[in-house]
Design a protein around this ligand. Structure first.
Ligand SMILES: [Zn+2]
Length: 345
């Protein structure tokens, strides 16, 4: 007997096979009596398959994921998917409106999972997302960016020791994959505890659209959909180099000052290479910040001002030596590099 596709109910709204719909899931009202919602778009395919959720703006200032989801919704082949696609472009509506990473109660939503119905505002939103969406999902992708003034090379973080998560990460095809432990209170931890494989994507920086990060994220979600059978496999797929990091560390500013000669994200560096020069405004006392190990620069501060101790460069390392011909171009072939590199400060 062939399995038939089921309908799905979110927020009391039933979406049947072949339908797609936007649902406004009520969250706490504003104190102006205005309704506040978490808008969710559900595409219920005609045929059975996985249920994938894609969430973004859990941090209200991280915008690339919102644009990734907007582009996904334009795809004509969504009418032919197997399974159910649940898109939540703005999980943290409060932070998004206030142009703030956090919630009005100053909590980090991504440290408030699993939350509870009777908990803090953050805890209630976390609980709502888990109960209404995630508990009905088989796979998940959570879209993020670097934080304020911090640019991240598009990267996937996930518990890659888990075979299924690792194969999703490979399908996504971001230039960098990092095996990272779960953090207390994150959506990723809450989802993984339900044995649902989930990827965390981080690309670009807060408050900015970055075309490269949007493209990699958009293509990554589509490739995961192909990988889990929601969309047909691609006829030809280019094999792309992926930097599979085993560890990553931050290099901090040794002194306070103004930065110049800053290395780009995506560059591979050797031990002793110059990452930036930090000096006073007169350029009299210059200090070179050098890499203390070999690796790939996967994030950097975009603000050319630093206090001593500020984390400036995030460098990922591999257990093995970098191949001689290793370069970012091989990772991102087919994408416009000009779209990607942020201007050098
Ligand atoms: Zn984030």
């Amino acid at each position: 007997m062939v399995n038939s596709q089921k309908s799905i109910t979110i927020g009391g709204v039933q979406i049947s096979p072949g339908q797609r719909q936007t649902i406004d899931l009520p969250v706490a009202k504003l104190y102006t009596h205005t309704e506040m919602t978490m808008p969710i778009h559900v595409v219920c395919g005609k045929r059975p398959g996985p249920t994938l959720f894609v969430s973004s703006a859990i941090h209200g200032d991280e915008l690339n994921g919102v644009e990734i989801i907007r582009r996904l919704l334009k795809r004509k082949d969504l009418s032919r998917i197997h399974g159910i696609l649940i898109l939540i472009p703005i999980v943290n509506s409060f932070g998004f409106i206030h142009r703030d990473r956090y919630l009005p109660d100053r909590r980090d939503l991504n440290r408030s999972f699993p939350g509870s119905e009777r908990g803090s505002l953050a805890g209630r939103i976390a609980d709502l997302l888990l109960t209404e969406v995630i508990s009905q999902s088989t796979h998940g992708i959570d879209l993020h960016t670097g934080s304020n003034h911090r640019f991240n090379l598009p990267q996937i973080r996930g518990f890659l020791d888990d075979e299924e998560t690792a194969s999703l990460a490979e399908a996504f095809g971001a230039p960098v994959m990092i095996n990272s432990r779960l953090r207390d209170g994150s959506l990723r931890e809450a989802v993984a505890e339900k044995n649902i494989p989930i990827l965390l994507y981080e690309g670009g920086e807060a408050f900015r659209f970055n075309e490269f990060a949007i493209k990699v994220g958009y293509l990554g979600v589509v490739k995961v959909m192909r990988g889990i059978g929601m969309l047909p496999p691609q006829k030809t797929s280019k094999v792309r180099n992926v930097f599979r990091a085993t560890a990553s560390r931050w290099v901090r500013s040794p002194v306070s000052g103004i930065l110049s000669n800053v290395v780009n994200v995506g560059k591979s560096v050797k031990k002793g290479d110059c990452l930036a020069v930090v000096s006073d405004p007169f350029g009299e006392n210059e200090e070179v910040i050098r890499s203390t190990f070999e690796g790939l620069v996967i994030a950097r501060s975009e603000l050319p001002l630093a206090y001593e101790g500020d984390a400036l460069f995030h460098i990922a390392t591999m257990d093995v030596d970098l191949p001689d011909d290793f370069n970012l171009e091989s990772l991102v072939s087919g994408l416009n590099e000009d779209d990607f590199f942020p201007k050098t400060v």
